[in-house]
Design a protein around this ligand. Structure first.
Ligand code: PMP
Length: 454
């Protein structure tokens, strides 16, 4: 497409399209990047410029952009049964099979699936299920849900209330029964503690909050195993075991939001396996369909499912498109590829360790205060002074400069404040990781020049 078409596209976009999480005014001054095609792990814009997609779309295209098996499965399903709902004692083969397969590939105590269209709706479902569970158990006072600052759990009222983004909370009234504790962000908040000690202290904030609220009033704790949108915050190894023992002590449900971590990102099918956790509820979305169709849901542990099923009554919750046949067909095709191509095992044994080795080289760069990875997650902290960890001012500026430098070098790398993050497709090869790391280095060099030129 030529530049005239590009400028028309941008003008129409500015005139009619309100984008998610966007400063509309600022965007319209700058103009949008119009992405027109994608192939394997590369996206291409309307000018024909290609970028290695270091973010898998939005943490979802873990198998890349060229999986025709998924497209074919969706097409076939649309030609067979394009829609039917799962209400009123009805269902259809794709929803049945996908629920069974997700249960089969998850830890043994997770055997039931409730489908939604997104991660946000998954977390809305969690709020409803948690409340229903305690009501049915005759413990209706257990209502408070503890979450964490800087968490991301979606953008519906419930999702954004569970989330801990303070800027977002300023824009609406959050749910009164959600409260937040500090996140386990060692690089930012360690106060001189070593990671292990810091992890335990961060977890103990949960116990303190439970005691403040009274254990009889606390229904659940929700957390991402690794905070994604918050900046790929990988907790110290001591964190999750401590959380597990606190929750068991006070009989509080654990909800792990695996919308980003699920389906292989950490090198295990689910991150709760990596951390040795036993969540009661697991939210999933995104990579379950490789991002080709909107689908999310909640994996429900036996403890909760048995109460919902046996003490029952109608659970008054669900969406028209809960378990949409085309989305479930995409899910089935995605899971088949994950299994047949040993994608997750390869992340654990080959590409995850290789990324860890190559990404660690960035630590030597004058702009980098810390580099970290887990599976195919990566993050780097941008600092002005490596020794003191002083940041550039204003906050977030270095991140913006580095993000632009990254695009200029043909790499999509995301900035969360002054933390640069990546989550490349799980099909990336070691040679392609080399390309990614070289482009990230070039971006850091260019950003350094810009940030130190005065
Ligand atoms: N939970 C987590 C951990 C997420 O990262 C996201 C989306 N980035 C969501 C929930 C919300 O998912 P969706 O955008 O599909 O509603």
């Amino acid at each position: 497409m030529n530049d005239l078409t590009a400028s028309v596209a941008q003008a129409l976009d500015a005139a009619h399209h309100l984008h998610p999480f966007t400063d509309f005014h600022e965007l319209n001054e700058q103009g949008t990047r119009v992405i027109t095609r994608a192939e394997h792990i590369y996206i291409e814009d309307i000018h024909g410029q290609r970028f290695l997609d270091g973010m898998s779309g939005l943490w979802c295209c873990n198998l890349g952009y060229s999986r025709h098996e998924i497209v074919d499965a969706v097409t076939k399903q649309l030609n067979t049964l394009p829609f039917y709902n799962n209400f009123f004692q009805c269902t259809h083969p794709p929803a049945i099979e996908l629920a069974a397969q997700i249960a089969d590939m998850s830890p043994p105590h997770l055997n039931n699936v409730f489908f939604t269209n997104s991660g946000s709706e998954g977390n809305d479902t969690v709020v409803r299920m948690v409340r229903r569970y305690w009501d049915l158990k005759d413990q209706p006072s257990k209502r408070m849900i503890i979450s964490r600052e800087n968490a991301y759990h979606g953008s519906t009222i419930a999702g954004a209330s569970l989330g801990g983004m303070s800027g977002v909370h300023k824009q609406f009234e959050t749910l009164p029964y959600v409260t937040h504790i500090a996140q386990p962000y060692w690089f930012g908040d360690n106060n001189g503690m070593e990671p292990e000690e810091f992890g335990r202290v961060a977890a103990q904030a949960l116990e303190t909050r439970i005691q403040e609220l009274g254990p009889d009033n606390v229904a659940a704790f929700i957390a991402e195993p690794v905070q994604g949108a918050g900046g790929v915050i990988i907790p110290p190894e001591s964190y999750w075991p401590e959380i597990r023992s606190i929750l068991e002590r006070y009989d509080i449900l654990l909800v792990m939001d695996e919308v980003i971590c699920g389906f292989g990102r950490t090198g295990e099918m689910f991150a709760n396996i990596h951390y040795g956790m036993k969540p009661d509820l697991v939210t999933f979305a995104k990579a379950v369909t490789n991002g080709y169709q909107p689908l999310g849901g909640v994996l429900v542990g036996d403890r909760v499912a048995e109460v919902l099923k046996s003490r029952g009554g109608e659970f008054g919750h669900g969406f028209t498109y809960s378990g949409h046949p085309a989305a479930c067909a995409a899910g089935l095709a995605t899971l088949k590829i994950l299994r047949e191509e040993n994608i997750v095992q390869n992340v654990k044994a080959v590409t995850g360790p290789y990324l860890a080795k190559r990404w660690a080289e960035l630590k030597d760069h004058p702009l980098v205060g810390e580099s970290r990875t887990l599976g195919l997650f990566g993050a780097i902290e941008l600092v002005k002074n490596k020794a003191t960890r002083e940041r550039f001012s204003p906050s977030g500026y270095a991140g913006m400069v580095c993000r632009q430098a990254s695009l200029d070098n043909g790499l999509v790398m995301r900035a969360t404040g002054d933390t640069m993050i990546i989550a490349p497709p799980l099909i990336i090869s070691c040679d392609e990781i080399d390309i990614l790391v070289e482009r990230a280095k070039a971006a850091l060099d260019d950003a350094y020049k810009t940030l130190t030129a005065t």
